[in-house]
Ligand binder design. Structure first.
Ligand SMILES: *Cc1c(COP(=O)(O)O)cnc(C)c1O
Length: 374
């Protein structure tokens, strides 16, 4: 079917006004040998974790005639233990991916007449989740180098009177972490509008050693939420398990909007098995960090401008014709991400051979192209 024909048909439907003209989230899913485009964990699920998941899911299968534990008690206990910071199961909530967690937060605290503030370039799902819940989305501003300082962020929270603030740390697509003084300043500035402040730490496990988590700020801050996921460090993007830590009253608020039994017994069993066998997974995280740092070093040597990265991907500028480079890499069998920012591309750190293939293909393309901007 022609795309324009499909659009016309969509237009004729009685779609909600705030969804008209929107496009769905859509990173291209192409069949390419080396996939470095959506920040997945490239190292696969370690063999012992696969075995543990298989066994746990087989056990869960015997009870699938019954609804799962609605409170996913065992999983909340395991997640609290994993996060540490004195958190208890009452502080933990989980759903099918952190995207669902974020949607539930918007359902509980956003909605018509309320405003969510994000700081683009940032995760492209924030505005989509906002419109899906009829929450107004306001795009704030960053510095020219895409940084965000405490004073500027706090001022924007005050000016907009935001009800919800999205802070992504490390930020996607730029990869750079936020210092905790930004979170503290935003939280204080949100006092007047009673803003819920979400720190999206989807990539926290990839941060350089000793990078503090916003989890350290939770005590005494009942409007603060830290969201995490098993999609990246735990190599479980396909299993769909995201979670958050917050004050117990916040998790109670989310219980008002969750669907009954939203976390399947299969999902709970899978996530628990991975949490209980995380040693090999965390070793892969260390290897990915090595490849990430290698990408930064090599891109600098090629005269490009990679941003500092605390994630499993690198955002880099200094490209004359990013789309041409993206296309050339695709032809070489390497899919990376064009995030639509002039002069820039984003690449996920791969296994060592995948990273080598990317770096070699990129260097060959740059040799054929005019020299990058100084
Ligand atoms: C990948 C990612 C997530 C994770 O989404 P899931 O729904 O848990 O797979 C959340 N936030 C950001 C910024 C991400 O890049």
């Amino acid at each position: 079917m022609l795309v324009s024909d499909q659009l016309e048909r969509l237009d004729r439907l009685p779609l909600r006004t705030n969804l008209r003209g929107l496009s769905p989230y859509g990173a291209p899913q192409l069949d390419v040998p080396i996939l470095l485009n959506v920040n997945e964990n490239t190292h696969g699920v370690p063999a012992d974790v696969q075995a543990a998941i298989t066994e746990a899911v087989a056990a869960a299968a015997t009870g699938l005639n019954r609804y799962p534990d609605r409170e996913f008690t065992e999983l909340r206990e395991a997640l609290a233990e994993y996060l540490g910071h004195g958190l208890s199961p009452d502080n933990i909530w989980a759903a099918n991916g952190s995207n669902e967690v974020l949607q539930q937060i918007l359902q509980a605290f956003g909605g018509p007449g309320r405003k969510a503030l994000g700081f683009p370039p940032t995760y492209s799902m924030y505005p989509l989740l906002a419109s899906g819940t009829d929450t107004e989305y306001v795009g704030g501003v960053r510095a020219d180098d895409y940084g965000l300082d405490a004073e500027s962020a706090a001022a924007q929270v005050r000016e907009t009177g935001a009800n919800i603030v999205f802070l992504c740390s490390p930020n996607n697509p730029t990869g750079t972490g936020l210092s905790l003084d930004v979170v503290e300043a935003v939280y204080e500035a949100g006092e007047a509008s009673q803003a819920i402040v979400i720190v999206d730490e989807a990539y926290h496990e990839f941060a350089h050693d000793n990078t503090p988590s916003a989890l350290t700020l939770l005590p005494g801050r009942e409007r603060l939420i830290v969201s995490r996921t098993m999609s990246k460090a735990f190599a479980l993007a396909g299993a769909r398990l995201g979670y958050m830590a917050a004050a117990p009253e916040v998790t109670d608020a989310i219980r008002l909007v969750r669907l009954p039994y939203h976390l399947s017994a299969v999902t709970q069993a899978t996530a628990l098995a991975a949490l209980n066998h995380r040693e090999a997974l965390m070793a892969d995280v260390e290897d990915i960090k090595v490849q990430r740092d290698r990408i930064v070093t090599e891109l600098l040597r090629m005269g490009l401008k990679p941003a500092a990265s605390d994630s499993n991907y690198v955002f880099f500028g200094g490209l004359e014709e990013p789309h041409k480079i993206w296309q050339g890499l695709l032809e070489a069998g390497v899919l990376i991400r064009d995030v639509g920012i002039p002069g820039h591309l984003r690449v996920t750190a791969g296994t060592e051979p995948e990273t080598t293939a990317f770096l070699e293909a990129l260097e060959a393309l740059l040799d054929d192209a005019p020299p990058p901007h100084a």
